[in-house]
Design a binder for this molecule. Structure first.
Ligand SMILES: Nc1ncnc2c1ncn2[C@@H]1O[C@H](COP(=O)(O)OP(=O)(O)OP(=O)(O)O)[C@@H](O)[C@H]1O
Ligand SMILES: [Mg+2]
Length: 297
C-alpha cells in the first residue's frame, strides 16, 4: 500500500523535513491515525565505562496501517529505539506514544496493543513450540480451547506444524525466529515491532517472513520493522527512516528517496536503495559490506 507521510494537523512536527518535502499540513490535510509517535526521544546508557548516547533526539511518526522500515548501520540505535517504544527500556528524555497511548505513563496498556519480536529471541528451550504459543495465548486471557486453536493457526501460518511438539532447543535458528514471530502474533496486536526479523534466515524462510508480514499488515496491523537488508526494506516498507549515530538522517518512501537522490545526482536512472543508504550515512561500499547487506530472497 502507498501512504503519504502521516500528518497530525495539531502537531508542528514534520516527518518530511529530511526528505526535502514541505510538510503537507493545512486544513485539507488528511487526518491519519498514528500508530507510533515519538518526539525528541533520547537514550543514554550510563555505566562504569561512561555514558553512551545511543539515541540522540529521534522524532518518528508512523501512520496506522503502514509497514515502516527503520534502517541504519550497526550501533545506530535501532534496537534501543525499539526497546524504548515497546516499554522494555526506560526513556532518558522525550516522549513516545504507541497506538495512541503514552509509553511512559501507561506501559501496561501499550503492552496489550503490541507484539514484539526482538533481535535476540527469548524463547524457553525446554518448551515445545506449541506449548510456548498456548502459554502466550493463555497469558493474554484466552481459554484453554481458544489458546489451542490459536496456537495451531499460528503454527500453520509460520510453517511450524511438523516441529510443533518438539522442544525449542532442537530448532534451527530460522525455526526459532519464526516461532518468535508467531508468539508476537498470538493476541493479534495493533502494532507489531520486528527487530531484524529475517537476519540469519535462509532465502526461503526470508520469503515466508515477508509474506507473513504482508499478510499481517493486510489484516490491519501496523508493522515497525528494523532490517539490515535494503532489498527487504524496498520490498516491504511503505516508508522508511534511516538512523545513524542516534539521529534520523533521512526518511520518506523508498520511491521518494530514490527520486530525490537521482535528481540531486542528475542521473538518468533511479539509484538503488543501497545507494540511498550509502549517501545518507556517508559510508563507502567497502564499509557497507561489513555492515548492511544487500540480498535478494
Ligand atoms: N545495554 C547497553 N549498554 C551500553 N551501551 C549499549 C547498550 N545497548 C546498546 N548500547 C550501545 O548503544 C548504541 C546503539 O545500539 P543498538 O543496539 O541500539 O544499535 P542497532 O542499531 O540496533 O545495531 P545493530 O544493527 O548492531 O543491531 C551502540 O553504540 C551500542 O554499543
Ligand atoms: Mg539492533
Amino acid at each position: 500500500m502507498t501512504i503519504q507521510p502521516p500528518q497530525e494537523p495539531a502537531s508542528g512536527v514534520s516527518t518530511s523535513r529530511m526528505s526535502g518535502q514541505p510538510p503537507a499540513g493545512g486544513p485539507d490535510a488528511p487526518r491519519v491515525r498514528l500508530a507510533v509517535k515519538a518526539e525528541a526521544l533520547v537514550k543514554q546508557y550510563r555505566g562504569r565505562a561512561g555514558t553512551v548516547d545511543a539515541v540522540r533526539g529521534v522524532d518518528l511518526m508512523v501512520a496506522a496501517g503502514e509497514v515502516f522500515g527503520f534502517l541504519g548501520p550497526n550501533g545506530a540505535g535501532k534496537s534501543t529505539t525499539v526497546r524504548m517504544l515497546t516499554t522494555l527500556m526506560s526513556i532518558t528524555s522525550g516522549t513516545a506514544r504507541v497506538a495512541g497511548i503514552d509509553v511512559m505513563a501507561e506501559p501496561d496498556a501499550v503492552r496489550r496493543c503490541i507484539g514484539v519480536a526482538l533481535q535476540e529471541a527469548g524463547l524457553d528451550p525446554r518448551q515445545t513450540g506449541r506449548e510456548l504459543l498456548v502459554l502466550q495465548a493463555r497469558l493474554f486471557g484466552s481459554s484453554r480451547a481458544q489458546a489451542a486453536t490459536r496456537a495451531q493457526e499460528l503454527l500453520e501460518l509460520l510453517d511450524l506444524v511438523d516441529a510443533a511438539d518438539r522442544r525449542v532447543k532442537g530448532y534451527s535458528g530460522g525455526m526459532k525466529r519464526r516461532l518468535d514471530l508467531a508468539s508476537a502474533l498470538v493476541h493479534e496486536p495493533e502494532v507489531l515491532f520486528l527487530d531484524e526479523p529475517t537476519t540469519g534466515l535462509d532465502p526461503a524462510s526470508r520469503l515466508t517472513v515477508w509474506e507473513e508480514v504482508r499478510r499481517i499488515n493486510a489484516r490491519g496491523t501496523t508493522i515497525f520493522l528494523t532490517t539490515q537488508y535494503l532489498e527487504e526494506a524496498d520490498q516491504l516498507c511503505d516508508r522508511l527512516a534511516i538512523i545513524d549515530g542516534g539521529l534520523i538522517v533521512l526518511e520518506g518512501t523508498p520511491a521518494q528517496l530514490k527520486t530525490e537522490l537521482r535528481l540531486r545526482l542528475g542521473s538518468d536512472t533511479d539509484p538503488t536503495l543501497d545507494e540511498v543508504f550509502l549517501d545518507a550515512t556517508g559510508r563507502t561500499r567497502q564499509r557497507l559490506a561489513g555492515e548492511v547487506q544487500q540480498v535478494s530472497a
